[in-house]
Design a protein around this ligand. Sequence first.
Ligand SMILES: Nc1ncnc2c1ncn2[C@@H]1O[C@H](COP(=O)(O)OP(=O)(O)OP(=O)(O)O)[C@@H](O)[C@H]1O
Length: 235
Amino acid sequence: MHDGIVLDKVALTLGKTSFAFDCRIEPGAVTAIAGPSGAGKSTLLNLIAGFERPQSGHILIAGIDQTLSHPSERPVSVVFQDHNLFAHLDIFTNVALGLNPSLRLSPQDRDRAENALVRVGLAGFGKRMPGSLSGGEKQRAAFARALLRNKPVLLLDEPFAALDTDLRLQMSALLLDLHKENANTVVMITHDREEIARIADRILHVEKGQIATDEAKADYLSRFAAPVSALSGTV
Ligand SMILES: Nc1ncnc2c1ncn2[C@@H]1O[C@H](COP(=O)(O)OP(=O)(O)OP(=O)(O)O)[C@@H](O)[C@H]1O
């Protein structure tokens, strides 16, 4: 049995694009998904999260076949680039949804939600509405909710792409801290080679609807001539 994520001969077609994914994602590691625009990175993440269903093949998470299960039944949290928050609910409520979707919260639950806000640097933001927060603050609220869900798998679709360099560094440091505490399996789409150098253990390179390469960070980075410190921009 494989404890991580297995895509076993998964195939689907969306519009005119066909996808065929067959891979194993290491448990307890940070795996970056890289590749050109339109290659199928988000589709791969959506298959794991359950927002897309394979037309054939199987998806297993921690040894359990999740191919047909609803996204809410899967042991995953997802953070998208944006649109993570419900605009009509305040930040505390958005975050507390990570604990209990019906929002029946015990006093301990309320404390945990407040602590999660403190953890991401949003103490005192609970009563604010999402529309009044900056992009980076909204992303931190989305992290706080993912932190509370505390699922074995965290999926991130370019969560830091819209942030400035300082915030991007802060957010990826927070992500690594949480990863070290929970030993969770992190799968993150990123175009940023410096981010890959900083946080990834393995890199899946997606091209034309398939996994082109699956390699350790050192091997991936050694294929590029420039030293890591000189790299910037897109993969
Ligand atoms: N529901 C859909 N219907 C039709 N085509 C789709 C659908 N979803 C994705 N596609 C197509 O599949 C291809 C891969 O899309 P996907 O979003 O997975 O790529 P990506 O690698 O994440 O790209 P980007 O880096 O630009 O976000 C694209 O050509 C996209 O237009």
